[in-house]
Design a protein around this ligand. Structure first.
Ligand SMILES: C[S@@+](CC[C@H](N)C(=O)[O-])C[C@H]1O[C@@H](n2cnc3c(N)ncnc32)[C@H](O)[C@@H]1O
Length: 225
């Protein structure tokens, strides 16, 4: 896609990822969720079959994918921003991790067959698209997951009070940033019920954490029949 035809949100994430790589990765983004004693992340690992296939969807710089690969999972990464995917692949090569591959992703469809993944991670990424788009992506994650597969998701706290970033609110409640350092970014704050509903077609809740909507919510699901 020519540069100027890409959605502003892709341009935002590309800028964000490039600047992060150039400026050095802050500790918060360098350490994976699997190395932070996150209870739900550890439960995800406990329930995954050893050496299984895991998709890190919206992988960013790949901190979580590298950590999964080090633990022996066959890890597939994808993101709308190529730079992050390439950065993760280079890190994996440097470390001699042969079990990270990338899947094509055009913003809607993941370049994977149906029912091939034992685990899917969508950490802080589905809240960066519109509600309709996240519904489509949730279906797509269901498509690539095997029956019984696990899905681990995180939705960030409401960021709409940032005085440095001007935003407008779209019909579906998505904040579209039109100025400041977040210009181009989309953020859709979710209620707990909306998160549950998003996955209700294909997934059953195993555990839901963070009932207070002011804090990040995390949830673990299992792919139903
Ligand atoms: C807050 S970062 C999280 C990155 C990573 N999951 C992590 O935990 O380090 C959000 C990520 O979502 C990605 N993203 C934005 N829109 C997306 C879309 N439509 N589909 C997939 N990923 C998207 C961004 O490129 C970015 O890498």
């Amino acid at each position: 896609m020519p540069h100027d035809e890409r959605p502003a949100s892709h341009v935002f994430w590309e800028r964000c990822i490039r600047e992060t790589i150039a400026g050095g990765i802050p500790e918060k983004w360098g350490k994976s969720i699997f190395d932070q004693d996150s209870q739900l992340a550890l439960e995800f690992l406990d329930l995954l079959p050893n050496g299984g296939d895991v998709l890190d969807f919206g992988c960013g710089l790949g901190r979580n994918a590298v950590s999964l690969a080090r633990r022996g999972y066959r890890t597939v990464i994808c993101d709308v921003v190529d730079e992050g995917v390439r950065y993760c692949e280079a890190n994996a090569r440097d470390e001699g991790l042969a079990n990270i591959t990338s899947a094509e992703f055009d913003g809607s469809r993941i370049g994977l067959d149906d029912a091939v993944m034992d685990g899917v991670l969508a950490w802080s990424c589905l809240d960066h698209v519109t509600l309709r788009h996240s519904e489509e992506l949730a279906m797509e994650l269901g498509r690539v997951a095997r029956r019984g597969a696990l899905l681990l998701v995180a939705f960030d706290e409401d960021k709409s009070d940032d005085p440095d970033s001007e935003s407008r609110i779209l019909d579906d409640g998505t904040h579209q940033y039109i100025g400041g350092k977040r210009e181009g970014m989309l953020f859709r704050p979710y209620s707990n019920d909306e998160i549950r509903r998003l996955f209700s077609n294909d997934w059953e809740v195993v555990r839901f954490m963070g009932e207070d909507t002011l804090v990040p919510r995390r949830a673990l699901f299992r792919r139903s029949g």
